[in-house]
Design a binder for this molecule. Structure first.
Ligand code: G6P
Length: 613
């Protein structure tokens, strides 16, 4: 949440900052701003709304500068307006800051600073931090990096910050705790950003700051990193491997549509080197390296948020049915505060697309403190969760930019299915023949996703029928119950139609009261095991005049006679069905949202990377 980018070097900073902010806009788009230091002038341009609005505004002013920083905001303290937009100034206007995170003790600090004569212009916690840095710097006569370091020792909360001092124009100071920050190292130039995407055009060499570290980068190409406890560190470098094309829309109207259509490839990419249909095996290096822990685990606890939590729910069915390992699936935000019973025989698997979700990170921390082995299923390489876990696997879905998660969900399912199959075979809870047969079928899933995508026009036609609805219900059973939750989440987050996902039979205990001729009811009816039961559930909906949109297996005749609309998907084993049944639900939400005039990639109030709890 909130995107930060900064530059110091010989190039013009403004175009780098604007391009970077556009890449980071997925992190929040309530307001955007830049600070540019040129000679003695610290020019700050900031505007409520998106980066394009900032550009139209700032283009009328002087943007010359070779040192500057930018911010795109997801509001926490203070409504989204021009004043609360970052960057913020210190009281005497010589310091400026951009911040991602929350300063929890800002109120106490603010009162103390007010007593010392500080006057605040905005409602933000960030402005308090820059006044605190100013106060420390002024009262102790410190250089910027020292003032920042000492001020941060007084802070409770989360931060990724960048600070520039007009009086020290050849350096930028940055720090992080619980919010990501990466430093790109070029030839006599530095880039700082919330993720690597604003950096990759310019340099591949980066270092990721760890919690409570402060970096100072100088125009002469030197830099230092210290902990806030004043311990000098030797940075470790990593080399980025992201292709720029992956960050462009590539001819699609929206990133979300591109990402939906990428899924045959992203699922294959996730399987590459980990699944061999000819030889009939699937395995993950990091599971192999910890195989004893997995084979002896008393239980597995999945922790995640949002769509990733839905992937955890599917995994519960997979791991329990195939590997016979007891599973719990927890919202990371609840798990972290409820004093869970954990020990060294538990495995905690954190699932996260971004690898930065604050609650998931905190859940990992807690699990480690309690002695559990913590494994990560993550998309973004080098992210905080990937680094905080004991071991883990990347899903290799590539950058996901649309705020509504699509290809990351199927990537997570792919990885977790491979893991469950492999562990089941290793534990002897499934027979070798069955295992081999499943691996072969699994390898055909990318083609089946492709086949499902070819129904796009028909799904667009169905979206036309529900675009005017105010509510929708999604029903599924077994493996497809979490898919119903995910389908409902997709619809509500991007089209603003209120939608609920329910286990199909549970509908009778509440939501059935809402069903009338206005209510679309999307039923995932592909399960072989509970087919007759779901047929009955559809009849219950029809008896109340609900409009049924059924996702059925190709060739299904019975449900076709009852449903108002059917979407056929290829026949697959039930354990793989979420990978295919999720696809039409993604497309249905996408088309509905587009028809309702919504900004699909940047739905209101949401952000892709939730770095505040
Ligand atoms: C936000 C995003 C969702 C995502 C959730 C968890 O709400 O909008 O798409 O599922 O965070 O994020 P993570 O990166 O941990 O998977």
């Amino acid at each position: 949440m909130c995107g930060i980018v900064a530059y110091i070097g010989e190039r013009q900073a403004y175009p780098i900052l604007i391009k970077g902010l556009k890449r980071l806009e997925y992190r929040g788009y309530d307001s955007a701003g830049v600070a540019l230091l040129h000679q003695d002038n610290l020019n700050i341009y900031k505007k409520k709304g998106k980066v394009d609005g900032l550009v139209s505004f700032a283009d009328d002013f002087d943007t010359t500068s070779t040192i500057g920083m930018g911010h795109t905001r997801w509001a926490t303290h203070g409504e989204p307006n021009d004043i609360n937009a970052h960057p913020h100034f210190s009281g005497d206007d010589h310091l400026t800051i951009v911040h991602n995170g929350i300063i929890e003790n800002y109120d106490i600090l603010k009162q103390a600073l007010e007593q010392q004569g500080h006057v605040f212009k905005s409602d933000t916690d960030t402005e308090v931090l820059i006044h605190l840095i100013e106060e420390v710097q002024r009262s102790q006569g410190l250089v910027l990096e020292e003032a920042v370091r000492i001020a941060l020792t007084k802070i409770v909360g989360a931060y990724a910050i960048v600070v520039i001092d007009k009086k020290e124009p050849n350096k930028i100071v940055a720090a992080r705790k619980s919010s990501p920050l990466v430093v790109g190292i070029g030839e006599n130039e530095f880039f700082l950003a919330s993720d690597a995407t604003p950096i990759i055009e310019y340099t591949k060499k980066v270092t990721y700051l760890n919690d409570e570290e402060v970096a100072v980068v100088h125009r002469d190409g030197t830099f230092q990193i210290k902990t806030i406890q004043n311990e000098e560190l030797t940075p470790s470098f990593q080399y980025l491997d992201i292709q720029i094309e992956l960050l462009e829309k590539g001819g699609y109207d929206y990133f979300m549509l591109k990402e939906i259509f990428q899924q045959p490839k992203t699922v294959s990419d996730c399987m590459r080197g980990r699944l061999n249909a000819e030889e009939g095996w699937t395995k993950l290096g990091s599971v192999e390296n910890n195989i004893e822990k997995f084979l002896q685990a008393n239980r597995i606890i999945f922790v995640a948020c949002g769509t990733s939590w839905h992937a955890g729910l599917v995994a519960e069915y997979l791991f329990e049915e195939l590997a016979r390992i007891p599973v719990e699936v927890e919202y990371a935000s609840e798990f972290r505060y409820r004093n869970p019973v954990l020990n060294e025989n538990d495995i905690v698997i954190a699932i996260s697309q971004s690898g930065e979700t604050a609650d998931t990170l905190a859940a990992i921390q807690l699990a480690k403190e309690r002695g559990a082995f913590v494994y990560g299923v993550v998309n973004v390489v080098g992210s905080s969760i990937a680094r905080a876990t004991d071991s883990g696997s990347y899903i290799h879905a590539g950058p996901e930019i649309g705020v509504a998660s699509t290809k990351a969900f199927t990537g997570q399912l792919t990885l977790l299915t491979m893991m469950a199959l492999n562990l089941a075979y290793r534990k002897g809870t499934i027979a070798k023949d069955f295992y081999r047969q499943m691996v072969v079928e699994f390898s055909t899933i990318p083609d089946k996703i492709q086949q499902t995508l070819e129904d796009n026009n028909h799904i667009e036609f169905i979206a036309e029928q529900i675009r005017g609805s105010e509510n929708a219900l999604y029903l599924g059973r077994g493996y497809n119950f979490p898919v119903a939750l995910e389908g409902a989440l997709k619809l509500k987050e991007i089209s603003y139609i209120h939608a609920e996902g329910y286990p199909a039979a549970e509908m009778k205990h509440g939501p059935i009261a809402l069903i009338d001729e206005m209510m679309p009811v999307v039923v995932i009816a592909t399960n072989k095991s509970a087919y007759e039961k779901i047929v009955s559930n559809i009849q219950e909906v029809k008896a109340r005049k609900g409009r049924v949109i059924a996702i059925v297996t190709e060739g299904d005749k019975q449900i076709r006679k009852m449903a108002d609309f059917v979407i056929e998907i290829p026949e697959v084993e039930e354990i793989f069905s979420p990978l295919v049944s999720a696809i039409p639900l993604q497309l249905l939400s996408y088309h509905t949202a587009v028809m309702r005039g919504c900004n699909v990639d940047q739905p209101r109030n949401l952000a892709k990377s939730v770095t505040v709890e």
